[in-house]
Design a protein around this ligand. Sequence first.
Ligand code: CP3
Length: 342
Amino acid sequence: MTKLLLRALRGETLHTPPIWMMRQAGRYLPEYRATRAQAGDFLSLCYNPELAAEVTLQPIRRFGFDAAILFADILLVPQALGADLWFVTGEGPRLSTITSAEQVAQLKPVDEIHERLNPIYETVRILSRELPKETALIGFAGAPWTVATYMVAGRGTKDQGPAHAFKDADRVAFSALIDRITDATVEYLSRQIDAGAEVVKLFDSWAGSLKGRDFDDFAVTPAKRIIAALKERHPGVPVIAFPREAGDRYVGFAAATGADCVATDNSVSAEWVAANVQPEICVQGNMAPQHMVTGGPELVAEAQRITRALRNGPHVFNLGHGITPDADPNNVARMIDAVRSA
Ligand code: CP3
């Protein structure tokens, strides 16, 4: 029997959509916090295949999601390319910065990234052995623009100002950075697929700050190159693209990039997505993560409204962004019941 997620990604309309959740392994789960403490810190957890596989499996055991997402981080690729990376508790990631053509040229060649990333492929191998047979395994990487915003600024930023400044000051050098990340991402995702990932997702969390030609050059073109290379090497492995806050650029994104599914955030309504994106391609929608904190009858009503709005075409149920650490795990179980009984 084909896994529910793979059926939806191949374009099948299902009465009950497959369900998974961005950041489903995370700090809202006490068992995640315990395993992270055992590993020591977040990065040590990412690079420990047994423990990373364990935290990937925790939400599957607890909730029975239809898909597991590899536990890792989008910033492991910059680290593999030679950036320093560390996490400051309560603040988030820090990296050494890249702001010149010389620094771009000093990044490691793409064939050297695996040395650092091998433990991630081992996590995927463990998962493909240990997951229940009905659960699909999703690999992932950050999309080049989003990864570049962290590499240039050395941290998360509200408006991605430093990356925009580099792009506007030296478009050639910035494009070289995007190209290096693009090439690394192809190799990284390809190894994840070799190790057993059945689907891959590209997270472009900051796509919404790219406008006009910049959106074409730095969100569409890199995604198109990555997807074309993966399709050539691994025909039949579906790709989910998440150009977060793309707004009306969600329309046509699949046709422009070759993605098999477009994931949407909760700044657009499920009804808008049904009318404007789902006619072209499978969509992943889009409940506001805040409902996982607030719960109540609104949570049930919203989960059922989204499920029904997207029922007439291929749909993967998800949140519009990652679940937050203050979420109540009981609300996750309520959401799943609401979707499956809608
Ligand atoms: O979705 C999943 O559960 C899979 C694992 C995953 C993580 N990060 C684990 C993580 C995935 C797919 C990501 C993607 C990621 N990482 C993105 C793109 C998606 C998004 O959220 O916009 C980005 C921008 C990052 C970079 C990153 N990693 C930031 C900004 C932070 C700090 C913010 C935070 O939530 O603390 C992280 C840390 C991180 N990545 C955590 C987890 C579970 C929390 C770390 C901890 O345990 O303290």
